[in-house]
Ligand binder design. Sequence first.
Ligand code: GLC
Length: 751
Amino acid sequence: MTQIRRRGGALAILWILATAAVAGAAPLPGEADSARVEALLAQMSLEEKVGQLVQMSNPDDATGPVTARADRTRALRTGAVGSVLNVVGAAETRRYQELALQSRLHIPLLFAQDVIHGYKTGFPIPLAEAASWDLEAIRQAERVAATEAAAAGVHWTFAPMLDIARDPRWGRVMEGAGEDPYLGARIAAARVAGFQGSGLGALDAVMACAKHFAGYGAAIGGRDYNSVDMSLRQLWETYLPPFKAAAEAGAATFMNSFNDLNGVPASANAYLVNEILKGRWNFQGIVVSDWGSIGEMVTHGYAADNREAARAAINAGNDMDMESGAYGEHLAQLVRDGEVPVARLDDAVRRILRMKFRLGLFDDPFRYSDVERERRVLNNPAHALVARNIARESIVLLKNEGPLLPLSPKLRTIAFIGPLVKAKQDNLGGWAMEAPGFDYSQLIVSQWEGLQQRLGPATRLLYAQGSDIDSASTRGFAEAVAVAKRADLVILSVGESRDMSGEAKSRSNLHLPGVQEELIKAVQATGKPVVVLINAGRPLVFEWTAEHVPAILYTWWLGSEAGHAIADVLSGDYNPSGKLPMSFPRSEGQIPVYYNHFNSGRPAVDEPGHGYQSSYIDLPFRPRYAFGHGLSYTSFRYEHLQLDRHQLRGEEQLIASFELTNTGPRAGSEAVQLYLRDPVASLVRPVQELKDFQKITLQPGESHTVQFVIDRDKLSFYDARLQWVAEPGEFEIQIGPASDEIRLRDQFLLQ
Ligand code: GLC
């Protein structure tokens, strides 16, 4: 449930209603007309068909290793390119489109961009947004991103990234929704709905792209691009659900991944694309390779050269080649040689042309390249309010002894210390757009600015940098300690720089970088009350801080409105409601650690080294913070769990209801979680699996009856033959505010 708060919240609500209405009202021009696709296809030469399958990047803004290519302008003019990426702006896309329309059949280009968490308005990184557990807020965030991107000439975003990740050494955890297939699937559908809005062709909608298909987050060692090897059961149970949800939500495109999966690179994995995506899921959209991944099959050792790579990829179902050059160089000859069926080539071209018709590009190739609309849309003040709202909801209160938070209005002097206090671009996190033509040093609200504005002149705010983000220098410690001693309370803002998480940012050491934890110790030693903000794109390891500091907020990277959102939570204007979408390890040695694990025959126990158990002898078994963990400034009581039946037959549904009461002093939102367990089955099953959640907002003293509907689908799993089955027997219900905090339990029987 999303609560757009006061301070212009009404404006944001008006914006959301308006964009929904307008987009839905206008007839969608260029509705894909198969006759028009067939008529155009019939006119196309073999080379022109191949040209539609080629995607090139703007070489001046590359997001991967640029494949040297002679003359991109000539390729555009001769129809040898069907899509470009990293070209944005109404004027620039118009210029490129004019070049493409000089080709014989005047086929317009598709413009693609990595709008991963916002275009001009910077939103929290996707992992942070997942911590909001607020599907409507996530959908609205993507509505803003799509509206801004489409106004800037973008037709296609390379998002949402749907890779389930259980290993925070992998830097791309920042782009996804964490470790859980159910949460990941629900968020996938919300993001696709946000990007595609009322339908492709609306001027505030962009094509979504479900990526990276598939298994990329399971790279061995957490090392980006590394091999993935897993059972098909694991693939179906853990890694495919978000992609299946995206396909069911109507995602227009998919992108395959760099990794090999069980020995076959995803770029030519017919099992993934032809059998699952286009076969079982009947996907009718476009499958694009990742940057250069077709050519990389030579390096994988799966193809002898680019010609073999092109053949393997197209025949496995890959429709478009991003930046490898393999399709452009070899596909026409492969077809002439009979190694690639014309029917397969035509199928790929149809998929691409269909989208171009649906976007209305044949009716008006410049309809997304309107400079006046771009100026108006990119300066809409309501967008910042939508960003501030989800940024607040993404913050996770990990610890709050005292309680030290929210900040007491009696505090006269606060020290705000750390290398991220006055940071600007770092708040955007990785894969941030920074739209051309805007001064982000002005646009981004730093944490210092946000808190200074909120506290006003009555409270003295002192500053010291204290340390760098990632150096061994302790030169700033003395000043930090001196400033801390002059204050009533200290807030420390520490963590990663924005480029420490993201693509090709695998880390073997997840501790706070540099000497930041030493800085925390030095400030803590003053005896002043300390609050720590941890800014990062992934779970970090901070055992000393977790043990000794009374209050900790995980602030991820929150985007343009970071300063306002953090001040809203510190001041208590917003009661934190975030819940962790990933387990936080106590050490790198504990990875992979995730909540939905099997029990084993000798389950781990918490005391290290306790007998013949599956425990470490040198570390407690449980993560530092569990999946679903997140505290509030208020408290909630869970009681009166009732099942409307204790036996379930056939297609019947069971309703579990309970009463949630806000027993604390202030309004608050709680993401209540339903976990199920199948204690005995034909395959061992996890000790718990998230199967539903609701985010409920309650005033102090208010109660609400929460209902969860349990049906066979929620009881099903992929059996040894990969059949989706629900097996008769007993099931356990677990309900609570976190995977390690179950407040209500019951059982029922599936007949
Ligand atoms: C990158 C990423 C992918 C992105 C693409 C285009 O290598 O893996 O997520 O969409 O290239 O920038």
